[in-house]
Design a protein around this ligand. Structure first.
Ligand code: NI
Length: 262
């Protein structure tokens, strides 16, 4: 069984019918647990609702750096309220994005720091979005003592050195579609070295579709191709990678597969 640790079923690109179909298709092929991260208030609310309606779906709430302008005091208060709900298992995705220069860095830093403090206050792990901001991400996580709650480096694109620094701060390393791309030397190198206890897989659907579907819209089912590639890189069985990454996701989010009867 597989756990897609980062999937935007709350995206505007999916209508109700798409969501229903994708969840059933995924489950039919053993992708039974999905974490739906928010990126602004509306998508966080939608994640909360989805996780409330489906067993095996969980929500994270947070404000993405590109939407940092939304981060008013009322917004932080709303995140804090959602964080009390049982289906909300993380704060995210939050972080820094230097690719799109829509939000000044100073604003991104402030919104990122505030949400790390919120995660510590509500004792939930953090899901990190890091786009071309590796050094500042590590520095802020360290300065804010994010180690206390730990979390996930989502769709990790940093170096092996950075991965080690993040793991030292209790962050797991999650890989998505890019690890399947032919020219993805660095994520492939890191994915073959990360200790198994720190390894996660994700789709980031509807974005970053793995091979052999690159160019099409992504969906949670395709996390199988990410897990398959990592199994190949490490010379391990597909089923082992599925089991290990599901166990890791259940551990960091403190959830248990509702489809396994004990
Ligand atoms: Ni995302």
């Amino acid at each position: 069984m597989l756990f897609d640790s980062h999937c935007h079923l709350n995206s505007d690109q999916f209508d109700e019918h798409d969501v229903l179909e994708m969840i059933h298709t995924a489950r039919d092929q053993d992708v039974v647990q999905i974490l739906v991260p928010g990126y602004d208030l509306a998508s966080s609310q939608r994640a909360v609702e989805l996780a409330d309606s489906w067993q095996g779906l969980y929500a994270a709430v947070g404000i993405h750096p590109n939407d940092a302008a939304q981060a008013t005091e009322e917004a932080y208060e709303q995140l804090r309220e959602w964080a009390k709900l049982p289906q909300v298992v993380a704060i995210g995705e939050i972080g820094l994005d230097y690719h799109w220069e829509t939000t000044p860095k100073e604003v991104q830093f402030e919104v990122f720091r505030r949400q790390i403090r919120l995660a510590k206050e509500v004792n939930l792990p953090i899901i990190i979005h890091d786009r071309e901001a590796h050094g500042d991400i590590v520095q802020i996580l360290r300065e804010e003592g994010a180690q206390e709650v730990g979390g996930i480096m989502h769709c990790f694109s940093g170096s092996w050195e950075m991965a080690k620094e993040c793991m030292n701060m209790n962050f797991l390393i999650s890989f998505g579609g890019p690890v399947t791309f032919k020219n993805a030397k660095r994520p492939q190198e890191v994915a073959s070295k990360v200790p198994l206890d720190y390894l996660l897989v994700e789709t980031d659907a509807p974005y970053l579709t793995p091979e052999p579907y690159r160019g099409k819209r992504n969906q949670p089912l395709y996390v199988r191709h990410v897990a398959g590639k990592i199994a190949e890189l490490r010379g391990m069985e597909f089923a082992e990678i599925c089991k290990i990454t599901s166990d890791n996701a259940e551990r960091i989010f403190r959830v248990r597969n509702p489809f396994v009867s004990l």
